[in-house]
Design a protein around this ligand. Sequence first.
Ligand SMILES: [Zn+2]
Length: 256
Amino acid sequence: MVQSSYSPTIKKTKRRTVRQRLSQSNPDELLDRIFRKELLSAVRGSAILYIISALGYFLIRGASTFFLPFSYPRGDIQTVLGALIVASSVYAVVIYLVTRSRQSSGLVVNFYLLGLLGLAEGGFLAVWGAACFLSAGYWTRQHRGSRRMKCTLENGDIVAFGDQRLVCTTCSKLVKIGRDLPRSWTYAGVGLVIAGASTYFLDLIVPTLSSLLYTGVNTPLLLVLDGVVLLFDLLLSQMGLSGGGYVRLPSEVTPQ
Ligand SMILES: [Zn+2]
Protein backbone atom coordinates (compact mmCIF):
# COMPACT_ATOMS: atom_id res chain seq x y z
CA MET A 1 0.00 0.00 0.00
CA VAL A 2 2.72 2.40 1.09
CA GLN A 3 4.96 1.27 -1.73
CA SER A 4 2.29 1.81 -4.36
CA SER A 5 1.70 5.39 -3.20
CA TYR A 6 5.43 6.11 -3.57
CA SER A 7 6.01 4.33 -6.83
CA PRO A 8 4.74 7.10 -9.18
CA THR A 9 7.24 9.52 -7.64
CA ILE A 10 10.04 6.99 -7.94
CA LYS A 11 9.05 6.24 -11.51
CA LYS A 12 8.97 9.93 -12.35
CA THR A 13 12.40 10.49 -10.79
CA LYS A 14 13.77 7.47 -12.64
CA ARG A 15 12.33 8.69 -15.91
CA ARG A 16 13.85 12.12 -15.39
CA THR A 17 17.24 10.61 -14.57
CA VAL A 18 17.12 8.44 -17.67
CA ARG A 19 16.10 11.43 -19.78
CA GLN A 20 19.01 13.43 -18.38
CA ARG A 21 21.45 10.64 -19.00
CA LEU A 22 20.17 10.00 -22.50
CA SER A 23 20.35 13.60 -23.55
CA GLN A 24 20.81 12.28 -27.11
CA SER A 25 17.02 11.76 -27.29
CA ASN A 26 16.64 15.42 -28.22
CA PRO A 27 20.12 16.90 -28.33
CA ASP A 28 19.13 20.07 -30.21
CA GLU A 29 16.56 21.07 -27.63
CA LEU A 30 18.92 20.39 -24.74
CA LEU A 31 21.76 22.26 -26.44
CA ASP A 32 19.45 25.20 -27.05
CA ARG A 33 18.33 25.24 -23.42
CA ILE A 34 21.91 25.25 -22.11
CA PHE A 35 22.88 27.90 -24.64
CA ARG A 36 20.03 30.20 -23.58
CA LYS A 37 20.96 29.86 -19.93
CA GLU A 38 24.66 30.49 -20.54
CA LEU A 39 23.97 33.45 -22.82
CA LEU A 40 21.63 35.06 -20.31
CA SER A 41 24.14 34.74 -17.49
CA ALA A 42 26.92 36.15 -19.72
CA VAL A 43 24.81 39.16 -20.71
CA ARG A 44 23.74 39.74 -17.11
CA GLY A 45 27.38 39.65 -15.97
CA SER A 46 28.44 42.15 -18.65
CA ALA A 47 25.56 44.52 -17.91
CA ILE A 48 26.55 44.49 -14.21
CA LEU A 49 30.18 45.23 -15.15
CA TYR A 50 29.05 48.21 -17.28
CA ILE A 51 26.96 49.59 -14.42
CA ILE A 52 29.76 49.20 -11.84
CA SER A 53 32.19 50.74 -14.30
CA ALA A 54 29.85 53.72 -14.86
CA LEU A 55 29.40 54.24 -11.10
CA GLY A 56 33.18 54.03 -10.64
CA TYR A 57 33.77 56.59 -13.39
CA PHE A 58 31.40 59.17 -11.88
CA LEU A 59 32.72 58.50 -8.39
CA ILE A 60 36.33 59.09 -9.49
CA ARG A 61 35.31 62.09 -11.59
CA GLY A 62 33.36 63.59 -8.67
CA ALA A 63 36.18 63.00 -6.20
CA SER A 64 38.81 64.38 -8.59
CA THR A 65 36.93 67.58 -9.35
CA PHE A 66 36.36 68.03 -5.62
CA PHE A 67 39.88 67.35 -4.37
CA LEU A 68 41.95 68.30 -7.42
CA PRO A 69 39.81 70.89 -9.18
CA PHE A 70 42.59 72.10 -11.49
CA SER A 71 44.25 68.87 -12.52
CA TYR A 72 41.26 66.91 -13.75
CA PRO A 73 40.47 67.22 -17.46
CA ARG A 74 37.20 68.94 -18.19
CA GLY A 75 35.38 70.04 -21.25
CA ASP A 76 33.30 68.60 -24.02
CA ILE A 77 35.20 65.31 -24.26
CA GLN A 78 34.45 64.52 -20.61
CA THR A 79 30.78 65.36 -21.15
CA VAL A 80 30.69 63.13 -24.23
CA LEU A 81 32.49 60.33 -22.37
CA GLY A 82 30.07 60.59 -19.43
CA ALA A 83 27.09 60.45 -21.77
CA LEU A 84 28.61 57.49 -23.62
CA ILE A 85 29.14 55.60 -20.36
CA VAL A 86 25.58 56.23 -19.15
CA ALA A 87 24.13 55.37 -22.56
CA SER A 88 26.02 52.08 -22.82
CA SER A 89 24.97 51.02 -19.31
CA VAL A 90 21.32 51.69 -20.11
CA TYR A 91 21.72 49.96 -23.48
CA ALA A 92 23.31 46.93 -21.74
CA VAL A 93 20.40 46.66 -19.29
CA VAL A 94 17.83 46.94 -22.13
CA ILE A 95 19.62 44.22 -24.10
CA TYR A 96 19.76 42.04 -20.98
CA LEU A 97 15.96 42.38 -20.62
CA VAL A 98 15.48 41.53 -24.31
CA THR A 99 17.79 38.50 -23.97
CA ARG A 100 15.74 37.34 -21.00
CA SER A 101 12.44 37.51 -22.85
CA ARG A 102 13.37 36.55 -26.40
CA GLN A 103 16.66 35.29 -27.84
CA SER A 104 16.94 35.86 -31.55
CA SER A 105 19.72 36.34 -34.08
CA GLY A 106 18.92 40.07 -34.04
CA LEU A 107 20.77 40.27 -30.73
CA VAL A 108 24.12 39.56 -32.41
CA VAL A 109 24.57 43.09 -33.78
CA ASN A 110 23.58 44.56 -30.41
CA PHE A 111 26.13 42.41 -28.57
CA TYR A 112 28.90 43.50 -30.97
CA LEU A 113 27.85 47.14 -30.69
CA LEU A 114 27.85 46.93 -26.88
CA GLY A 115 31.29 45.30 -27.05
CA LEU A 116 32.66 48.16 -29.17
CA LEU A 117 31.12 50.74 -26.81
CA GLY A 118 32.84 49.08 -23.85
CA LEU A 119 36.19 49.07 -25.68
CA ALA A 120 35.72 52.77 -26.52
CA GLU A 121 34.98 53.60 -22.87
CA GLY A 122 38.05 51.97 -21.42
CA GLY A 123 38.50 51.04 -17.80
CA PHE A 124 39.29 47.43 -16.85
CA LEU A 125 35.73 46.43 -15.87
CA ALA A 126 34.12 47.92 -18.98
CA VAL A 127 36.68 46.27 -21.26
CA TRP A 128 36.26 42.93 -19.46
CA GLY A 129 32.48 43.25 -19.95
CA ALA A 130 33.07 44.26 -23.57
CA ALA A 131 35.05 41.05 -24.23
CA CYS A 132 32.10 39.14 -22.74
CA PHE A 133 29.62 40.88 -25.05
CA LEU A 134 31.85 40.18 -28.05
CA SER A 135 32.00 36.51 -27.08
CA ALA A 136 28.21 36.45 -26.62
CA GLY A 137 27.85 37.93 -30.12
CA TYR A 138 30.26 35.40 -31.61
CA TRP A 139 28.46 32.37 -30.15
CA THR A 140 24.95 33.69 -30.76
CA ARG A 141 25.82 34.22 -34.42
CA GLN A 142 27.00 30.59 -34.65
CA HIS A 143 24.14 29.07 -32.72
CA ARG A 144 21.28 31.12 -34.17
CA GLY A 145 22.77 31.19 -37.66
CA SER A 146 23.62 27.58 -38.38
CA ARG A 147 22.35 25.74 -35.27
CA ARG A 148 25.92 24.50 -34.96
CA MET A 149 28.67 25.63 -32.66
CA LYS A 150 32.30 24.90 -33.40
CA CYS A 151 35.19 24.84 -30.96
CA THR A 152 37.47 27.89 -31.07
CA LEU A 153 40.57 25.67 -30.92
CA GLU A 154 40.16 23.08 -33.68
CA ASN A 155 36.62 23.47 -35.03
CA GLY A 156 35.29 20.42 -33.17
CA ASP A 157 31.54 20.07 -32.65
CA ILE A 158 30.05 21.52 -29.48
CA VAL A 159 27.49 19.30 -27.75
CA ALA A 160 25.64 19.28 -24.45
CA PHE A 161 27.58 17.84 -21.53
CA GLY A 162 25.12 16.64 -18.91
CA ASP A 163 22.29 19.14 -18.72
CA GLN A 164 24.30 22.17 -17.65
CA ARG A 165 27.41 22.52 -19.78
CA LEU A 166 28.65 22.66 -23.34
CA VAL A 167 31.68 20.68 -24.44
CA CYS A 168 33.83 20.20 -27.54
CA THR A 169 33.73 16.59 -28.77
CA THR A 170 37.27 16.80 -30.15
CA CYS A 171 39.36 18.39 -27.40
CA SER A 172 36.80 17.91 -24.57
CA LYS A 173 37.12 21.55 -23.51
CA LEU A 174 34.15 23.01 -21.67
CA VAL A 175 32.90 26.01 -23.61
CA LYS A 176 31.79 29.14 -21.82
CA ILE A 177 29.54 31.59 -23.66
CA GLY A 178 30.75 35.05 -22.74
CA ARG A 179 34.37 34.04 -22.15
CA ASP A 180 35.51 31.93 -25.07
CA LEU A 181 36.68 33.92 -28.07
CA PRO A 182 37.95 32.63 -31.43
CA ARG A 183 41.71 32.28 -31.63
CA SER A 184 41.88 34.58 -34.66
CA TRP A 185 40.91 37.50 -32.42
CA THR A 186 44.45 37.38 -31.03
CA TYR A 187 45.34 39.49 -34.08
CA ALA A 188 42.81 42.12 -32.97
CA GLY A 189 44.33 42.14 -29.46
CA VAL A 190 47.90 42.42 -30.79
CA GLY A 191 46.72 45.06 -33.29
CA LEU A 192 45.24 47.20 -30.52
CA VAL A 193 48.42 46.99 -28.42
CA ILE A 194 50.56 47.93 -31.45
CA ALA A 195 48.17 50.78 -32.33
CA GLY A 196 48.35 52.08 -28.75
CA ALA A 197 52.15 51.91 -28.64
CA SER A 198 52.45 53.53 -32.10
CA THR A 199 50.19 56.45 -31.18
CA TYR A 200 52.24 56.92 -28.00
CA PHE A 201 55.54 57.14 -29.91
CA LEU A 202 53.98 59.07 -32.79
CA ASP A 203 52.95 61.68 -30.26
CA LEU A 204 56.57 61.97 -29.06
CA ILE A 205 57.74 62.54 -32.63
CA VAL A 206 54.86 64.81 -33.66
CA PRO A 207 53.96 66.79 -30.51
CA THR A 208 51.12 68.62 -32.25
CA LEU A 209 49.14 65.37 -32.13
CA SER A 210 48.88 65.66 -28.35
CA SER A 211 45.80 67.83 -28.53
CA LEU A 212 44.15 65.05 -30.54
CA LEU A 213 45.36 62.03 -28.58
CA TYR A 214 45.11 63.25 -25.01
CA THR A 215 42.06 65.49 -24.94
CA GLY A 216 40.08 64.16 -22.03
CA VAL A 217 40.97 60.56 -22.84
CA ASN A 218 44.40 58.95 -22.92
CA THR A 219 44.00 57.30 -26.33
CA PRO A 220 47.27 55.28 -26.40
CA LEU A 221 46.58 53.89 -22.92
CA LEU A 222 42.98 53.07 -23.89
CA LEU A 223 44.09 51.12 -26.98
CA VAL A 224 46.79 49.21 -25.06
CA LEU A 225 44.36 48.35 -22.25
CA ASP A 226 41.75 47.09 -24.76
CA GLY A 227 44.37 44.92 -26.44
CA VAL A 228 45.85 43.56 -23.21
CA VAL A 229 42.43 42.63 -21.75
CA LEU A 230 41.41 40.91 -25.01
CA LEU A 231 44.69 38.96 -25.10
CA PHE A 232 44.37 38.03 -21.41
CA ASP A 233 40.82 36.81 -22.02
CA LEU A 234 41.97 34.76 -25.02
CA LEU A 235 44.84 33.26 -23.02
CA LEU A 236 42.52 32.20 -20.19
CA SER A 237 40.08 30.73 -22.69
CA GLN A 238 42.76 28.81 -24.65
CA MET A 239 44.14 27.37 -21.44
CA GLY A 240 40.64 26.30 -20.46
CA LEU A 241 40.80 28.38 -17.28
CA SER A 242 37.83 30.65 -17.89
CA GLY A 243 35.36 28.03 -19.07
CA GLY A 244 35.84 25.37 -16.42
CA GLY A 245 38.65 23.43 -18.07
CA TYR A 246 38.68 20.07 -19.76
CA VAL A 247 36.62 16.99 -18.96
CA ARG A 248 36.90 13.29 -19.66
CA LEU A 249 34.07 12.48 -22.02
CA PRO A 250 32.14 9.20 -21.90
CA SER A 251 33.04 7.02 -24.87
CA GLU A 252 29.66 7.42 -26.63
CA VAL A 253 30.17 11.18 -26.99
CA THR A 254 33.69 10.95 -28.33
CA PRO A 255 33.69 10.45 -32.08
CA GLN A 256 35.42 7.27 -33.25
ZN1 LIG B 1 37.86 21.69 -29.15
